[in-house]
Design a binder for this molecule. Structure first.
Ligand code: 3H9
Length: 714
């Protein structure tokens, strides 16, 4: 047919035309798949020897969706978007039965195509879903109209709002598919198609209304869907748009429902929300592309890991590893610390059992894979040793010197440091090329980000090994350079500082946090401080004291809170006060202390607007991001975005801080930074790269494109 669609006529079932989609890696529908299928359908329609059509896919999966790589198909270009209607119409009104065989992950436009067929069969482990919401769009290829007809309004709302795929047995129960094929899918699907040729008519999804319910019956379903959307997709428009389109399916005749869906889909495709989320999708997949560490770089297989430090980080990382089937030795120097660490792990697993994520048997297996101990016994067999003790250079160097003596020569020695110099840590060993930073984020069994910190001597093999390990344990590994705070925390430090200045000037922690939360951040910055611990921030500050310039403004409150023992959630009080369930409330005592401190320091008090709060918190971060890029500590602005989206609770629908700056306009960002420099001094010095891009009317995205060309990144 063409290079991505094959027409096959099995020798033992020549009356079945098998249309095979072969468009690796995930058989996404682009123009070729679309055109090829249209042509093939026309050809088999006029062939009297064909009694039924089977549409199947080659490779690891059925169609995983429309091809979102092609910008015009995502609604961003001049040329309109991929419009599947003619193909879906042809399939549904085809005069011979059309069966679709699903395997792997049948998603988005893939499922929409499948739903236009008369029948669907699937492999037992196939998964199906409408994940468009993750990209800020709706199942706009008639999915919002066919899905409720097949599975009912409630399940359709849930699938479209959650974006989560379901497994074949659940799809069968809901009526999304007609049969699960045990054994060879193609053989079973051909047999099924043959069986269907005995019927004189074939079901068309569009004709069904039996599961569409009544407006009164559906009203609470929509209300619950909107409530769910507000919880899991706060501030996003796409889930609400999907509900609106499903509502149209349930109330309007087919053609009118389609027209309504198209109008809603076009609106979503043109939205900033979808542009940002598609950017986020590809940014996350782009981080593994490192110019001098090609995909075929040799890696060391990590079969066993040893961790030094059984605290929160060590324990969380141990869980992430054993969850991926890698056994762990967990070492601490004191039995009490080890017991506390193991108890915390058990607590976390017990909570997962309560939520139904694991069975008690699975938890026992996982716990058995973690060996707590006080010695270095067994460390000589570890493929990777990870140090996860608190942020103190002297201690870390002492540990690395010890590890150097016990580890096998090829072992990777990793530090979980969040701010310290990886080269200095490596200098304590005789093998700096095997040393790397693996900065995980708390809670490490949940948070997806790992900053892979490449020291000046870290070998390519060790970088590639760290990337492979991150992927294996389901994390997003972003390679960053070895500067103070690396990328995430280096940007976080001015962000925290500016937030403190804002409260010193008249805002309150609660007002700053609410503004940030309303912008979309998962938590306000003061709530983050309290969760991480004021003592941790205080300690980091001690390690950075030598960097502080005399005469330059410093935040005043951290030292005071630390001295008062207000260390955050763990002591029941920090910036906020906490009840026994760790629920926060503003604390008048802290607010009075802030006012008193400001008065003593002669800081004038004023009303601070939400705009100023956002600009100062975000632009200071973006300015630092631009410096990081120019200094080469991050390869792409998109890498910084991925770090903030996966590790710092930045809202996906804003695309990350650097993407957000592009959407605001770099000129506007620069102008505000210059204004802040005038009023607040040298901490607001614009980054030269930001100035250069803003003054030449460019964006960080265009800088990334140049960067990819410069390094010939595929
Ligand atoms: C849609 O369908 C709209 C319709 O409703 C309306 C149409 C009018 N397009 O994730 P991986 C690439 S919207 C283009 O690393 P995994 C990906 O970039 C779509 N490319 O593998 C990567 O490329 P590279 C609705 C895509 O095994 C490679 O495939 N569908 C697409 O961990 C491997 O991906 C979705 O939202 C795509 N749609 O996971 C599904 N999908 O190697 C999005 C993937 O060059 N996709 N690529 O970096 C996924 O969730 C996962 O990719 C999947 C595989 C689960 C399929």
């Amino acid at each position: 047919m063409n290079n991505v669609i094959r027409l096959e006529r099995p020798t033992d079932a020549a009356e079945i035309a098998v249309l095979v989609i072969d468009n690796p890696p995930v058989n996404a529908i682009g123009n070729d798949v679309y055109e090829g299928l249209l042509t093939a359908m026309d050809q088999v329609k006029s062939d009297a020897s064909v009694k039924a059509v089977l549409i199947a896919a080659a490779g690891r999966t059925f169609i995983a969706g429309a091809d979102i790589k092609l910008p015009e198909q995502a609604g961003r270009g001049e040329g309109g978007r991929l419009y599947l209607h003619p193909l879906l119409e042809k399939i549904e009104t085809f005069p011979k039965p059309v069966v679709v065989a699903l395997h792997g992950t049948a998603l988005g436009g893939g499922m929409e195509l499948a739903m236009s067929a008369h029948y669907r069969v699937a492999a037992p482990d196939a998964q199906m879903g409408q994940p468009e919401v993750n990209l800020g769009i709706i199942p706009g290829a008639e999915g919002t109209q066919r899905l409720p007809r097949l599975v009912g309004v409630a399940a359709a709302v849930d699938l479209c709002v959650s974006g989560k795929p379901i497994k074949a047995p659940e799809a069968l129960r809901l009526g999304l598919i007609d049969r699960i094929i045990e054994g060879d899918l193609r053989t079973g699907a051909i047999a099924f198609a043959r069986e269907m040729t005995a019927h004189t008519s074939h079901p068309r999804t569009r004709d069904r209304r039996d599961k569409l319910g009544s407006p009164e019956g559906n009203a609470p379903i929509y209300a619950a869907g909107r409530e769910q959307a507000a919880k899991i997709r706060r501030n996003m428009k796409a889930p609400l748009a999907a509900i609106e389109a499903i509502e149209a399916a349930a109330t309007l005749p087919w053609e009118e429902g389609l027209a309504k869906e198209k109008e809603i889909a076009d609106r979503c495709l043109a939205s900033d929300e979808s542009r940002a989320l598609i950017h986020a999708f590809f940014s996350e997949r782009g981080v593994s592309k490192i110019p001098d560490v090609p995909k075929d770089t040799k890696t060391l297989e990590i079969r066993k890991v040893a961790i030094v430090g059984a605290g929160t980080m060590g324990g969380g990382i141990a869980m992430a590893l054993v969850n991926a089937g890698i056994p762990v030795i967990l070492r601490d120097t004191e039995q009490a610390a080890l017991d506390r660490g193991m108890a915390a792990i058990r607590n976390n697993y017990d909570a997962s059992v309560k939520r139904g994520r694991f069975t008690p048997e699975v938890v026992e297996q996982r716990m058995a894979q973690i060996r707590p101990q006080l010695t270095y016994e067994g460390f000589q067999d570890a493929d990777l040793i990870l140090e996860a003790v608190f942020e103190n250079m002297t201690l870390k160097k002492q540990i690395f010197a010890e590890l150097d003596k016990v580890a096998k020569p090829e072992c990777v020695l990793a530090s979980n440091t969040s701010t310290l110099d990886v080269d200095e840590i490596a200098s304590a060993t005789s093998r700096p090329e095997r040393v790397i930073g693996l900065h995980s984020f708390s809670p490490a069994n949940i948070m997806r980000l790992v900053e892979i910190v490449r020291g000046s001597k870290t070998s390519r093999e060790v970088v590639a090994t760290a990337q492979a390990l991150a992927k294996k344990i389901g994390k997003v590994g972003v390679v960053v350079g070895n500067c103070c705070g690396f990328v995430g925390n280096r940007m976080m430090i001015p962000y925290m500082r500016e937030a403190q200045f804002l409260v010193e000037e008249g805002a309150t922690p609660a007002v700053v946090d609410k503004t940030l939360y309303d912008f979309g951040m998962a938590m306000g910055i003061f709530a983050v401080d309290d969760m991480g611990g004021i003592d941790v921030i205080w300690r980091v500050r001690q390690e950075r004291k030598h960097l502080e310039k005399p005469g330059v403004r410093k935040p005043l409150m951290t030292d005071k809170l630390y001295a008062m023992g207000r260390l955050g959630q763990k002591t029941g009080a920090g910036w906020y006060r906490y009840d026994e369930n760790r629920k926060s409330s503003p604390d008048a005592e802290v607010e009075a202390l802030i006012r008193q401190t400001a008065q003593e320091a002669g800081i004038p008090q004023r009303n601070i607007t939400a705009d100023e709060i956002l600009e100062r918190c975000l632009y200071v971060m973006i300015n630092e991001g631009a410096r990081i890029l120019q200094e080469g500590y991050a390869l792409r602005a998109a890498d910084i975005d991925t770090i903030y989206l996966t590790g710092y609770g930045f809202p996906g629908y804003r695309g990350g801080p650097m993407w957000y700056a592009d959407t605001v306009g770099l000129k506007k960002v620069l102008d505000r930074i210059v204004a802040f420099q005038r009023s607040h001094g040298e901490l607001w010095e614009p980054a030269p790269l930001l100035r250069e891009l803003a003054e030449s009317g460019r964006t960080f995205a265009s800088w990334d494109a140049d960067q990819e060309k410069r390094f010939a990144i595929p």
